[in-house]
Design a protein around this ligand. Structure first.
Ligand code: PEP
Ligand code: MN
Length: 302
């Protein structure tokens, strides 16, 4: 890796690629995030009802998603907006896992809740507003669940990697970085999708990197284009909001795809994924697999 990058991110040494570690593979049920396959996580912004969640889970699974997203604890911009169903939402998510076979990713908002959320979820999501909440990161790390670390909306890449480093420092190697858009002077979209951050991170860090085209744009009309861009930039996957009836969604309806929109996006993504597999990932996959085998070996002999 280039020396200036190593210096720039010197406070997060364990996040950086080295000869010993070029790609972390995060295991989630039978999936490998960072292992070469582009993994799609999809579902509603908020868990609302049993019907809404089950219908979405079954639909996105058929269209190719491997992980179900859905917020039970919601950090809303307005304190008066719907704050999520809490434990009831977690129980619905775990029933959806049983029924659909999809793994579950859901946000954890406070350190006291971390063990409870970890009981129901396969991946703990740290939202943009909490990226630098170190007490929460520590609690999430200690659950042993993989952590999906969203970029703070005003965080530099160095800030973001420092937070990832903290999770690694607390003994949890399974961190997934998620670019979800940052605040800039541009107001036409909800956020500005920093696609260069994905390209850069794929060069400097061994951690898997995914994109969130929903929060990055705030507009369902732009989500498919951002998804294609994420694939082209080398992302390991994406997390995207899907709702049976976006106009009636309790949160983030504007940016949620309906079922037909999700199907179309996934179908349109196919040629891009084929290109990606042909170009990027065969060698990356080989490297990643060898690397993972080597790490397992080193751990076994330690
Ligand atoms: C979400 O995933 O619904 C969410 C609140 O995301 P972010 O933290 O990126 O705003
Ligand atoms: Mn949302």
């Amino acid at each position: 890796m280039r020396e200036d990058w190593r210096e720039r991110f010197a406070e997060s040494p364990d996040c950086l690629k080295s000869t010993r570690r070029v790609q972390t593979i995060v295991p989630v049920l039978d999936l490998e995030i960072g292992g070469g396959d582009f993994i799609t996580m999809a579902g509603p912004c908020s868990v609302e009802t049993e019907f809404q969640l089950m219908a979405t889970a079954n639909h996105v699974r058929r269209a190719g998603a491997r992980i179900l997203r859905g917020g039970a604890f919601k950090p809303r911009s307005s304190p008066y907006a719907f704050q999520g169903l809490g434990l009831e939402g977690l129980k619905m998510l775990s029933r959806a896992r049983e029924e659909s076979g999809l793994a579950i990713v859901t946000e954890v908002l406070s350190e006291e809740d971390a063990p409870m959320v970890a009981e129901y979820a396969d991946i703990l999501q740290i939202g943009t507003r909490n990226m630098e909440n170190y007490a929460l990161l520590e609690a999430a790390a200690h659950t042993g669940r993989p952590v999906l670390l969203k970029r703070g909306m005003a965080a530099t890449i160095a800030d973001w990697l420092r937070s990832a480093q903290l999770i690694l420092d607390h003994g949890n190697p399974n961190v997934i970085l998620c670019e979800r858009g940052i605040r800039t002077f541009e107001t036409a979209m909800r956020n500005t999708f920093d696609v260069a951050a994905i390209a850069l991170l794929k060069q400097v860090s061994h951690l898997p990197v995914i994109a969130d085209p929903s929060h990055a744009s705030g507009d369902s009309a732009l989500v498919p284009a951002l998804a294609r861009i994420a694939v082209a930039a080398g992302a390991d996957g994406m997390i995207v909001e899907v709702h049976p009836n976006p106009a009636k969604a309790w949160s983030d309806g504007q940016q949620s795809l309906d079922f037909a929109g999700f199907d179309m996006m996934m179908a349109d993504l196919e040629p891009w994924l084929t290109l990606r597999d042909r170009g990027l990932s065969p060698c990356r996959r080989g490297v990643a697999r060898r690397e993972a085998a080597q790490v397992r070996f080193m751990e076994a002999v330690r």
